[in-house]
Design a protein around this ligand. Sequence first.
Ligand code: PSU
Ligand code: MN
Length: 305
Amino acid sequence: MSGIPLVVAEEVAQALAEGRAVVALESNVITHGLPYPDNAATAVEVESAVRKGGAVPATIGVDGGRLLIGMGEADIERFAATPGIPKAGNRDLPVVLARGGLGATTVASSLVAAELAGIPFFASAGIGGVHRGAQATMDVSADLIQFTRSRVAVVCAGAKNILDLGLTLEYLETQGVPLVSYRSDDFPAFYCASSGLRSPHRIDDPDVVARVVEHHWAAGGRGVVVTSPPRPEDAVDPEVAESAVRAALAAAERDGVKGNAITKYLMRAVDEATGGRTSRANMAVLVSTAETGGVLAAAHARHRS
Ligand code: PSU
Ligand code: MN
């Protein structure tokens, strides 16, 4: 056997063949980010948002030893409703593929799949980053390392403040990953328009973002991170978010949660601590980021044609 079998959805294959914009999307957010049935409804809305932005969505996952590049509504429902689908980060991906069965791809492993399929753009609301306390735990998301490997532009609303966002920016700088913020001055914090940290670059014009991506690739670079803040009506008050995060971190410490389970645990705990306020924000941010991903991918496709 040579190579990883890809099952590319008809619409995605056609768009790629014609040089039209495609945006890859992860499935771990469906299986591990939100409860059923909100996860299914949101994933479908995220796909519509990518279309509204002007691109074709390609939700990525693992099924029966193959990589799905584009899911239909039936696939999304299956991923959303099936309990116990494993989180397939990069270190797990070959194992999940070899064993068969379903696997939910993280940002990092979705980028691996996107590049194999020739998809230049990816969108997700929240990327992984450097965890709080990483000085001791060394917990740095594989997402950040993957940005140095996959030739894919990543559109996101920054990262959740369950992480150490200052260290996350330092890490990206050290690795030479370009970070540009679309229509905002600051690095966003997923639910919050600003993390309190200034972005190294603000760009308001989608065509300039497209040129940044092309220049980075022409210079032999790989990933580019483009942030887009939550809409004001979806944003959560930073103090509310911070106190919920502190409560969640204390609960994780008490329950001894670590490793690849910590991200899901913290996200759930934050949602509970705010009585569902952050859950609603979460869904809205996923949708608005996907639309921006569609807009930027479309600008990039025009730029190349
Ligand atoms: N951040 C979010 N929502 C998510 C994740 C991160 O706001 O769903 C998920 C993504 O799938 C991301 C993964 O790739 O968590 C990172 O996990 P870890 O921290 O274990 O690398
Ligand atoms: Mn980790």
